[in-house]
Ligand binder design. Structure first.
Ligand code: UT7
Length: 314
């Protein structure tokens, strides 16, 4: 079966960095509570930046990193729950901003924090299609969650951040790819209302999502191991959705896997939903930790409730 290869990545963050301390002016909370319950120390919030600007910056960097020009892109997909417009999609706006060809499909995926993993599967299927006339796909995970955050709600406002990262992907027989996705309709655990609803903000039952998350991650690792024949001991990097340090540690300890194989950067960015896995991946790439031969399990979970588990070779 044909696999895929990520040949370049880039990330983009808004200019404004917000430390935990800033929230003590808005709600009853403390730096100590936020750090100890989540691992988060700071995050970035957009000021002037639009979500599509973050997408375009990440995409330009990924193209430069891959050595690919916009004319060679045959598919543009953005995983997001916070687009600037419901229509046009962020993918269409990126197409215009960075000058992608006009005879290619461009669309958004809404699978919340699992969005980038869903995107990998969509891209891998479409790259095998005769309908794509150009060799590469651009997959972006991007969020401007500050737009839907209630700064009076301490149970959510301290958790999320804005950011984006992009990947240039090509089909490859030499790089295996395997993915499993799931979903269960559940608006009580996590929701962000659509247009026309009086309530504007994200709502989350943290404990319910926490339980779902540890279960989804553990199952995802076991499933990938069973279906790919790659044992967790052979996996170099577990690239997990960056929601909470305690979720990642819980799974790492339960499966008795080495702590250093679970990359974490949520201390700096908070939970950036659809952007969190690609930002982590872009940083691992910057650090030279996704070199040829590296085997990675990617694990996403979040609103939907959705989950996604993917095996990637670099
Ligand atoms: O990306 C989408 C997926 N999302 C997630 O994966 C999030 C998963 N959930 C979590 O990460 C955790 O459940 C949270 C970080 C959201 C909350 O941590 P927790 O340990 O589950 O805390 P809790 O919700 O059980 O709340 C404990 C206490 C409560 O007070 P009482 O009822 O014990 O008096 C909360 O009201 O902490 C209180 N609390 C806070 N206190 C200070 C909640 N938020 C805050 C806050 N500052 N910001």
């Amino acid at each position: 079966m044909q696999g895929i290869q990520i040949i370049g990545m880039g990330k983009a963050l808004p200019a404004r960095r917000v430390e935990n301390e800033a929230f003590t002016q808005m709600v009853e909370t403390s730096d100590e509570w936020i750090r100890s319950r989540t691992g988060i120390q700071s995050r970035y919030f957009c000021k002037e930046e639009r979500q599509m600007d973050l997408c375009a910056e990440a995409a330009r960097k990924a193209l430069a990193n891959a050595g690919v020009c916009p004319e060679e892109i045959g598919l543009c997909v953005v995983a997001t729950i916070t687009p600037d417009y419901h229509t046009p999609s962020s993918a269409c706006m990126v197409q215009k901003l960075i000058g992608l060809p006009e005879d290619i499909p461009a669309f958004d995926i809404n699978a919340a924090c699992s969005g980038f993993v869903y995107g990998l599967e969509v891209v891998s299927c479409m790259l095998g299609s005769d309908a794509l006339k150009r060799p590469y796909a651009l997959l972006i995970g991007a969020e401007k969650l500050s737009r839907i955050m209630n700064l009076q709600d301490r149970s959510t406002c301290v958790l999320f951040g804005d950011g984006a990262a992009a990947a240039v992907i090509r089909p490859s027989d030499a790089h295996r790819f395997f993915c499993r996705l799931g979903s269960q309709g559940n608006a009580e655990a996590l929701n962000a209302p659509g247009a026309g609803y009086p309530e504007l903000y994200i709502h989350m039952d943290g404990r319910k999502v926490f339980q779902f998350a540890v279960h989804a991650m553990e199952n995802g690792i076991r499933l990938l191991a069973k279906e790919t024949g790659v044992s967790p001991d052979e996996v170099d990097q577990f690239i997990c959705h960056q929601a909470n340090e305690r979720i990642i540690r819980h799974v790492q300890k339960k499966l008795k896997l080495p702590v250093e194989r679970f990359f974490m950067n949520l201390d700096q960015y908070g939970n950036t939903s659809g952007a969190s896995i690609p930002i982590a991946m872009a940083e691992l790439m910057e650090k030279g930790q996704l070199k040829p031969g590296t085997k990675a399990f990617c694990l996403g979970f979040g609103g939907g409730l959705t989950w996604g588990a993917a095996y990637l070779e670099f």
